[in-house]
Design a protein around this ligand. Structure first.
Ligand code: ATP
Ligand code: MG
Length: 416
């Protein structure tokens, strides 16, 4: 048998894995600042959850979902996105009853059976924020601001924020008819899947990767009812207060069924066609339609893989230990083992290779490790109860200190 991973599924190796962790840690800090708490949701749910929330005419559900019948005969799916699970948890766990703001974040892997390419994988990581139970434009502006601040914090520069309003169910009802007429006239220009979708979900055609952009440009525009127009204007006023740069893009429709009113996307020019790094919007009717309370909501998801691609060459992540210990004899080995523990107890990262190997081979490993200092315990040091400290990165004299002083001495050296 040859072992290999599946197409579109990757091993994340260092230093990329550390870059992911760094991005996720930044997100956790930002979420804490904005009053978000973590929700951990299952990777597998009933398929129906995604069909009903994300929508059965969306690419995600129609083409990209890993769905199967489990051993108990249940139709289940591996989550392609986080919002449906978050909303299910909100309803099932009565999270509207806690008396606190329902602001939740989620960090986890999502699965979509798409054609793999740079920045597009079948398993990828999303950072996901959901604010449920707040209808006011303040929530829209706050969540977009939080997303921009997060991107700034992790060091992503040169992004553009695009926003649009899809209106409420009422605005959409009128628009659906107008759009349907336009699409019927242009049906010959549509790709095969969209031909079938036009009647079921005309808005979806505008979000198609193939013919969407050209269609959306010329399509009739949705006109907002006074309440939705006011909501959109107020949102923009607040974004200006937050000094968030954005552009209104009237052809931004987003590929999911549940969006209402504000939708937004953050793009970069640095990733070719995989240019969306985060996206989200309001979903005022979803919670209720899934059997929950009337709870307007807004959220977004950021693609960690794409952000990591953007930062890869700019971020230097050094996973090297500070100190590497080498030992010359059986007696020195126990001393080395004790010292490793003592250093780590002082929060000094320390490592060693196989302590039973030759001193020469251990020194080679020390050099390769990227450590700043080697701690050498040879025959002389054992006799004297000392250890030799040798700088590995910079030129400098080797010094010898009593074993007990080694941790504090190294601390000073590393600080300097
Ligand atoms: P795209 O238009 O690139 O297919 P999307 O609209 O399907 O993106 P969303 O469902 O809005 O994406 O997910 C939010 C973010 O998750 C995207 O902006 C992107 O950064 C990331 N993402 C989505 N699909 C993938 C994937 N297959 N591989 C890596 N990242 C992805
Ligand atoms: Mg997609």
């Amino acid at each position: 048998m040859s072992v290999h991973s599946l197409r579109g599924f990757r091993d994340l190796l260092p230093p990329d894995s550390a870059l992911f962790t760094q991005i996720e840690a930044a997100a956790r800090e930002v979420f804490a600042l904005y009053g978000y708490q973590e929700l951990r949701i299952p990777a597998i749910e009933l398929k129906e959850l995604f069909v009903k929330s994300t929508g059965d005419t969306t690419d995600i559900v129609e083409k990209e979902m890993y769905a199967f019948t489990d051993g108990g005969g249940r139709e289940v799916a591996v989550r392609p996105e986080g919002t449906p699970g978050m909303v299910r948890a909100y309803i099932e766990q009565n999270l509207s009853q806690t008396g606190r703001n329902a602001k939740f974040f989620y960090i986890g892997n999502m699965f979509r059976a798409e054609r793999p390419q740079a920045g597009r994988y079948r398993e990828f990581t999303q950072i996901d924020a959901e604010h449920i139970g707040n209808a006011a434009p303040f929530a829209d502006a706050e969540t977009i601001t939080m997303l921009v601040k997060l991107l700034e914090k992790v060091g992503v520069a040169g992004c553009s924020v695009e926003i649009n309003s899809l209106g409420c169910a009422e605005c959409r009802k009128a628009y659906r008819q107008t759009l349907l007429e336009y699409l019927r006239l242009n049906v010959a220009t549509l790709c095969e899947p969209c031909k079938g979708r036009v009647e079921r979900n005309p808005l979806r055609a505008l979000d198609c990767k193939i013919d969407g952009p050209a269609l959306a440009e010329k399509a009739p525009r949705l006109s907002l009812c006074p309440a939705c127009a006011e909501h959109f204007a107020h949102t923009q006023e607040l974004l200006k207060i937050s000094a968030i740069e954005y552009k209104v893009n009237p052809s931004l429709v987003r590929g999911l069924d549940y969006y209402t009113r504000t939708v937004f996307e953050v793009r970069t020019t640095a990733l070719g066609s995989q240019d969306a790094i985060a996206a989200g919007g309001r979903y005022d009717d979803l919670v209720k339609s899934m059997g929950g309370p009337a709870a307007p909501a807004i959220g977004w998801a950021m693609g960690v893989d794409r952000v990591a691609l953007l930062l890869k060459d700019k971020t230097k992540i050094d996973g090297s230990p500070a100190v590497y210990i080498v030992s010359a004899s059986a007696q020195a080995q126990s001393q080395a083992f004790r010292l490793l523990a003592a250093l780590r107890a002082e929060n000094i990262s320390a490592d060693s290779s196989n302590l039973t190997l030759s001193l020469k081979s251990q020194m080679r490993s020390a050099d390769k490790s990227g450590a700043s200092y080697a701690l050498i315990i040879g025959e002389d040091e054992i006799k004297a109860g000392t250890v030799a400290i040798k700088p590995l990165k910079e030129k400098g004299e080797q010094t010898t200190v009593p074993v007990a002083d080694a941790p504090s001495h190294l601390k000073q050296l590393l600080r300097g």
